[in-house]
Design a protein around this ligand. Sequence first.
Ligand code: G5P
Ligand code: MG
Length: 224
Amino acid sequence: MAIHSFLRAIIVGAPGSGKGTISTRIVKDFGVKHLSSGDLLRKQVQEKTEYGQQAKNYMDAGKLVPDDLMLGLFMNELKDLGDHSWLLDGFPRTVDQAVALTKSKDIDVVLNLRIPFDVIIDRIKGRWTHPGSGRIYHVDFNPPKVPFKDDMTGEPLVQRDDDKEETVKARLEHYRHLTHPVLQFFSNKGMVEEFAGTESNEIWPRVHKTLSHIVTPKQYTHYE
Ligand code: G5P
Ligand code: MG
């Protein structure tokens, strides 16, 4: 694949597969703009906007937010990306979303994280997030410097409302039924790169190598 001047990528994977974790590393090494649909929705919920109030019930039940609502919110954000490298995390999640996206944007690669479901349940139990920035921690894997406080701001960390075990199971079911066809959609176009494993630290160098064939990294960071 030829080296491009900027990167247009999508990261896909089940809830808790490490999309946010790997995205943070891609942002750092490749200087891309990261657009997370979940972070965008949680911001709307926090700010009690019309979008947020409609989306919250679906999110708390572990269901996908309806396409018309999601497209209204996300496609608007996409307009501002211009000629910048970008990475979409959590979008598209249905075939209708994928069709709408590919009508307006070219995509270089779809990164698919394949993590066993039993590993995921354990990970989500230990996740804490900083609501203001979306920064993610884990009690063992990636603990904050001060327990339950964000490293950058010192503000309290919270557990996501949709991280209760029953809700996580519902999210995994919806993933199986609705998002799998999205992968098929992109596979048919030859765009999907698969990353199977149980550890983000082991997957990350492979993701880095794949992306380095598309764009030149801004910096090289090595993770143990
Ligand atoms: P989100 O916000 O997109 P999900 O469900 O797709 O949510 P989630 O939960 O954010 O995905 P992730 O980003 O894939 O998971 O995973 P992560 O946060 O990086 O890692 C999970 C935890 O494991 C963290 O604590 C991390 O530190 C830890 N971890 C990572 N790697 C390792 C490791 O190697 N070892 C260990 N021990 N730990 C590790 O969507 C939320 C909701 O928004 C709506 C839906 O309602 C959805 O349910 N939504 C949409 N609805 C419709 N259409 C869309 N496009 C939508 N997008 C969002
Ligand atoms: Mg995430």
